[in-house]
Write a new protein. Structure first.
Length: 358
């Protein structure tokens, strides 16, 4: 899982350098997530030497679809809970208590300003909130509103009257704004499965979460998606791996047999194919020298007593046909064999006798 995590970390830099960021920004979030995960799947397949990186990329893209929907549904749920209702805008009143300037005094002040440049005294109001005016809210959104947008959905949210604890994690109120008033702002919903946005509050262990709105990396979806893609590729390419392993084993065995028989590799057709006994290669057929049907000497690899040739023949030995043996015995093959053994024992006293055979 380190490979997809490393690629996911480096992906933003690579996307930016290759101009893919602008491509993703023009796509709907589901397609963008699928394409990003497919690229990560292909890269992971190359790094891990998968049999078919393209198939792993396809599985990664498909596996990202439910994660995109779940992320969009979660963002829509959070938005509807926090911002979908009607908004408010504060209503303020001047409570300085200063009396209003009567008309005749206003005329006198204007004359003094025009004639002598005397400035008109300014009144400094003291504002205090007297309540809120309700404004329409943006309404609710669903997952498909987010997934159907290009590059994400931006929603303008009006001001909200929110309890202090919701904005206490870093929101600074304006001097004339109550602490429980959240000013108008934009909410951006993009269903990005590579990041997560904190909602504040506390986790299940009682520790405070990051301030609301804090964006951080989220490795869990990518790890799950790439894990499923790698598993799918492994299971789907078992036949290809078995075939490749068999061909590799067969090539190694062909080298061994070629060395054992003393022939080129292309003459080895299979495990049980002896090139010296193959009638199609012309090395040895019905006896005698290779391809000589009427008998003759045997030539092949090894020494004179190594038994390197199938049928336990050695270099320099001679093979008689069955017909020749039968003719030597006057039509009796066993009598012919006895005479041949006698001749062989006379010429080679250390050779096997017929009594040893019988």
């Amino acid at each position: 899982m380190l490979a997809p995590m490393a690629l996911a970390w480096a992906a933003p830099y690579a996307f930016g350098a290759t101009g893919l960021t602008s491509l993703f920004s023009g796509m709907n979030p589901m397609a963008a997530n699928a394409l990003k995960q497919s690229l990560l799947g292909y890269g992971t397949g190359l790094i891990t030497k998968a049999e078919d990186p393209g198939k792993q990329a396809m599985y990664a893209g498909i596996a990202s679809l439910p994660f995109s929907y779940m992320n969009a549904a979660q963002q829509a749920k959070q938005f509807n809970r926090n911002w979908s209702g009607p908004g408010v805008t504060p209503r303020y009143k001047d409570i300085s208590g200063a009396p209003k300037t009567p008309p005749w005094q206003q005329m006198e002040q204007n004359y003094m300003k025009e004639a002598f440049g005397t400035p008109i005294p300014k009144h400094t109001p003291i504002w205090a909130q007297t309540g809120y005016d309700t404004v329409p809210g943006p309404g609710k959104v669903n997952a498909w509103d987010i997934l159907g947008s290009r590059g994400g959905k931006t929603i303008r949210v009006p001001g909200m009257e929110i309890p202090d604890q919701f904005i206490s994690a870093g929101t600074t109120a304006d001097p004339v704004t109550l602490k429980d008033y959240f000013p108008p702002h934009d909410e951006f919903l993009d269903a990005d499965i590579f990041t997560k946005t904190s909602q504040g509050g506390y986790n299940k262990w009682g520790k405070p979460n990051p301030p609301p709105g804090t964006v951080s990396s989220d490795w869990i979806p990518t790890m799950a998606i790439q894990g499923m893609a790698a598993t799918g590729e492994y299971m789907g390419s078992q036949d290809e791996r078995a075939t490749k392993a068999w061909k590799k084993k067969m090539a190694a065995r062909r080298k061994e047999l070629a060395w054992m028989y003393g022939v080129p590799e292309h003459m080895i057709g299979g495990e049980m194919d002896n090139p010296w006994a193959n009638p199609h290669t012309g090395l040895w057929n019905k006896g005698g020298i290779a391809s000589l049907e009427n008998g003759g000497g045997v030539n092949g690899p090894g020494t004179g007593t190594s038994d390197s040739i199938d049928a336990k023949l050695s270099d320099g030995e001679f093979v008689m046909t069955a017909k020749a043996v039968e003719n030597l015995g006057g039509g009796d093959r066993y009598e012919g064999a006895r005479k041949m053994y006698g001749m062989m024992n006379m010429l080679d006293p250390e050779s096997e006798t017929i009594s040893e055979v019988v």
